[in-house]
Design a protein around this ligand. Structure first.
Ligand code: G3I
Length: 346
């Protein structure tokens, strides 16, 4: 019965990608195979742009607040929290049956202005971090399915990044963060999240060693988030095989993987936007297929709903057109290949 239903959905999915109007949104194709297709949600767009909101509701069955949960934006003063954005986001996600991926509890960027190493002793900083994790995770206990507990703790040279948390608590801050989060919500799935570790190499090895050590110590880490902020030059390296190799190695440790921040920059001064869209679609397809094939991956999250709200132009100074929907919220070729992959088409 279930097989027949999935077959019906795949039939509709094929009709969709060959036709003008999508017959089935991504979230329905995903749900038919117990998969999560998500998007990072922009703090302002979700409040002010009804078309953006409707598109997100139609297409995604998981959402990651892009900035709302970060320590700086959520905590304007020591021990004080502004829950207005996150409360509204949770209510909206629940009303539309979307899973929520919490991002992020421990990071070296977007820290509060009041968090100053000259003001606090290492012991006080440890207490601040513990209180922060327990407060945020505890408030939404049972409502947030998964958390990025620690983000980007590994530097590009493979060593632990020199951050306020490493300096105050030592390398143990990572294990402690997972333990505090687990105590605050024992049901939440807890991720270590990082960039440039999605294909084999120095960074992937360093992330593997870090989480392997945590698993061996019995630390409650359940998965690794592969961010995947890709550039078009990675067209040849980001193959399903290379990505799959990283995923399987983590599976052998008993860990889940999720693609947590997928986007792809395609600005090339020698070629126009249109010429790059198919290349972009090819890489999106590779990522989806790698995750769908891996036994421990059931989630792919794109880092934004539409090119109009992506963080990339502010970062690179180029348009770069990194996402599934263009500035006018219309689907791009990458959208079509994601639909095809979710529909089980070759
Ligand atoms: O909200 C303020 C606004 O009030 C102010 O007027 C404006 C002036 O610059 O800044 C606004 O804040 C910006 C915020 O995004 C919201 O748009 C910050 O300056 C800007 O730094 C911040 O950038 C975010 C970036 O993380 C911070 O490093 C991006 O939106 C966000 O997409 C990006 O996401 C990270 C992930 O969390 C972790 N992985 C990498 C990824 C990309 O850097």
């Amino acid at each position: 019965m279930r097989q027949a239903f999935i077959g019906f959905l795949i039939f509709l999915g094929v009709a969709m990608v060959n036709g003008q109007e999508p017959a089935l949104p991504l979230r329905e194709l995903a749900a038919a195979r117990d998969f999560y297709i998500g998007a990072a949600i922009h703090t302002e767009a979700i409040k002010s742009n009804a078309d953006y909101r409707a598109l997100a509701e139609r297409e995604f069955n998981l959402v990651t607040p892009e900035n709302m949960f970060k320590f700086g934006p959520i905590s304007p003063a020591p021990g004080e929290y502004d829950w207005s954005h996150t409360d509204a986001l949770l209510d909206w996600a629940e009303a539309h049956h979307m899973r929520v991926h919490g991002h992020v509890l421990v990071w070296h960027q977007q820290q509060p202005g009041w968090l100053n190493e000259d003001t606090y002793s290492p012991e006080q900083l440890a207490a601040i971090l513990e209180r922060h994790i327990r407060t945020v995770v505890g408030r939404y206990k049972g409502r947030i399915h998964e958390w990025d507990v620690v983000n980007e703790a590994v530097a590009d040279n493979g060593r632990l990044r020199d951050t306020i948390w490493l300096r105050a608590l030592g390398p143990d801050y990572i294990a402690k963060a997972f333990e505090w989060a687990h105590e605050a919500d024992p049901e939440a799935v807890l991720y270590y999240n990082d960039y440039n570790g999605d294909t084999p190499g120095l960074k992937a090895d360093a992330i593997y060693k870090l989480v392997q050590g945590l698993v061996e110590e019995g630390v409650p880490v359940h998965g690794v988030g592969l961010q995947m902020h890709l550039i078009w030059q990675q067209q040849r390296s980001a193959t399903p095989r290379a990505i799959g190799e990283v995923m399987i190695r983590l599976n052998d440790l008993g860990l889940k993987v999720a693609v947590t921040e997928l986007d792809m920059r395609i600005h090339d001064p020698n070629r126009g936007r249109e010429a790059m869209l198919d290349l972009q679609a090819e890489v999106y397809s590779n990522v989806l297929r790698a995750c769908l094939d891996a036994p421990n991956c059931d989630t792919v999250v794109v880092w934004g709903v539409s090119d109009a709200y992506s963080w990339i132009p502010g970062f690179t100074g180029n348009d770069d057109w990194p996402l599934l929907f263009d500035e006018t919220l219309q689907p791009k070729p990458a959208y079509e290949v994601v639909a095809q992959a979710l529909a089980g088409e070759d």
